[in-house]
Design a protein around this ligand. Structure first.
Ligand code: XMP
Length: 509
């Protein structure tokens, strides 16, 4: 039995952060939309109500089935959640005179287990336009701030709590301690959710589910598919058939090196050299979206052919992770549920008729890495930057030829190796080089050259949605520029991209 904290989502931008903080405390939790609140089962140790873009004063604001949980298991309301717990049991919530966004300081008003190891006068993060102006008689105030009298409360004789601030955000200094008090001291969770325990239980479940069935999985060289494959391999060994396609748009030596690592991990993997098929299909095409489509379609064809060579395969393994499967609550209209699907392996055709197995569907990205390390996957795979599915195909502006790929691979190799040698690789979220369809005049020795330019790109980010360019040291850029121009025939000019996203994007196409 996996002890679980349920998080009911009311559409707050921070809901996933609550889950991540709890997972960091080695407590397993699940996010569910408020209008699909699960029944209480013995493994549920506590429930958290998230914040929301709605005001509890709105007629159409979410009205969760609170009686399912309140008084039965410990319950913590955050922001909207706290206001809901106040208003619906005899309290009052009003629009604030001054909207409170950002920094505030907590002062302790009453003693509570929830306040253990939270420091008086410490900073918390607020984001609300409503305030609890009156609490029911059996509620007791725990915290106040300069502007808000009821910044935290508990219900006497009941393990129910509410906080107006957001303990889950980084800027709430002792927020993690508060969440720990709730899940450990109040909900009595044992903090037993670790990479090792996840591996043990998942491998067992996979064995039971898959029996002697065969599973096919497309490896990309990235973290998610590699960890998914290694877990499946631990469960079913040689019945896992991995396919790793060389589309000719990977980094220099990547196909050979990654294939060797996979074999070193004991995976039953087949490397498929389909370079010429991709180059042929891409010939003369320079429209970015058409290039993407061509690359995706050829991948599906190759993968499909290869998977048909595995007789009687029943399952398709995928590296889907938790952020891809959490049902999101719409922040504007009524609560709507949309499930994002995973397209990293190119969107496989339905007619493959395989059942899908996704061993990582409960993990966040950082947890996938922790599990991968525990499984002994080398850091060269676990710590690598994200790399787009269409690979160098969208980093060669204009049409693609084998010669251009080779030039870009050389330049990219110098840049990436440089980042590693200078100890900069791990400070960067993603890096790469773009081959520009621009020729310019240069001079080498006594000779005039007329060759291509490249743009180096290195960005910081957390999820690729927003990004900033990294201030790489001038000495490093000087050295790399020199190495590229002297070492790669066909390139006589190096530029560094200093655009943030937005308004630019990370890739140029
Ligand atoms: P942009 O350029 O949109 O990139 O700022 C954000 C992130 O997405 C990656 N990216 C892709 N990944 N297929 C992928 O699998 C694609 O077509 C694609 N386009 C961009 C990009 O590398 C960055 O990490």
């Amino acid at each position: 039995m996996q002890e679980t904290i349920l998080i009911l989502d009311f559409g707050s931008q921070y809901t996933q952060l609550i889950a991540r903080r709890l997972r960091e405390l080695n407590v397993y939790c699940e996010i569910h939309p408020w209008n699909k609140a699960p029944e209480l089962t013995p493994e549920v140790k506590g429930v958290i109500f998230s914040g929301s873009p709605f005001s509890v004063r709105d007629e159409n604001s979410p009205k969760p089935e609170v009686d399912k949980y309140k008084g039965k298991v410990p319950l913590l309301g955050v922001c909207f959640g706290a206001q809901f717990l106040a208003q619906n049991f005899g309290g009052e919530v009003m629009a604030s005179n001054t909207r409170e966004y950002g920094r505030a300081h907590l002062s302790f008003v009453g003693e509570s287990v929830l306040a253990k190891d939270v420091v008086n006068n410490s900073q918390v993060w607020m984001s609300h336009g409503d305030t609890i102006t009156r609490i029911p008689d059996n509620y007791r105030v725990i915290f106040s701030t300069e502007d808000v009298e009821v910044a935290g409360f508990e219900i006497e004789g009941e393990n129910t709590f509410g906080v107006q601030f957001h303990p889950e955000v980084y800027h709430s200094e002792y927020g993690k301690n508060l969440l720990k008090n709730f899940v450990v001291d109040i909900c009595k969770c044992e903090q037993s959710w670790t990479p090792a325990s996840f591996i043990e239980s998942t491998v067992e479940e996979l064995r039971e589910k898959l029996g002697d069935d065969k599973v096919i999985l497309g490896l990309s060289g990235g973290v998610d598919s590699s960890v998914a494959a290694t877990l499946l391999n631990k469960a079913i060994g040689q019945n896992l058939y991995c396919i790793f396609v060389d589309n000719g748009l990977l980094r220099k030596n990547e196909f050979e090196e990654v294939l060797a690592s996979y074999k070193g991990l004991g995976l039953n993997v087949k490397g498929v050299d389909a370079k010429s098929r991709f180059y042929e299909g891409l010939k003369g095409e320079s429209d970015p979206e058409k290039k993407r489509k061509i690359i995706g379609n050829i991948f599906v064809e190759v993968f499909d052919e290869e998977s048909h060579l595995v007789e009687n395969a029943k399952w398709l393994g995928q590296g889907t992770i938790y952020p891809d499967v959490i049902e999101s609550v719409s922040a504007t209209g009524g609560p709507s549920a949309t499930i994002k699907s995973h397209h990293n392996v190119g969107g496989l055709p339905d007619y493959m008729k395989l059942k899908v197995v996704e061993p990582l569907r409960l993990l966040f990205k950082d947890e996938v890495r922790r599990v991968g390390r525990e499984l002994g996957i080398p850091d060269t795979i676990i710590g690598r930057h994200p790399f787009p599915g269409p690979g160098l195909g969208i980093r060669i502006l204009g049409d693609i030829t084998a010669e251009k790929v080779q030039i870009l691979q050389e330049v990219d190799h110098i840049f990436i190796k440089g980042l590693k040698d200078w100890g900069l690789y791990d400070d960067v979220w993603q890096a790469g080089v773009i081959l520009l369809p621009v020729q310019s005049v240069g001079v080498m020795g006594d000779e005039r050259t007329y060759e291509n330019a490249v743009a180096l790109r290195a960005v910081s980010s957390t999820d690729g949605m927003t990004a900033d360019w990294v201030h790489l040291p001038y000495d490093f850029l000087a050295k790399i520029s020199n190495q590229i121009i002297n070492g790669v025939k066909g390139i006589n000019r190096v530029t560094y991209d200093i655009s943030s996203k937005p308004p630019a994007t990370i890739e140029w196409e």
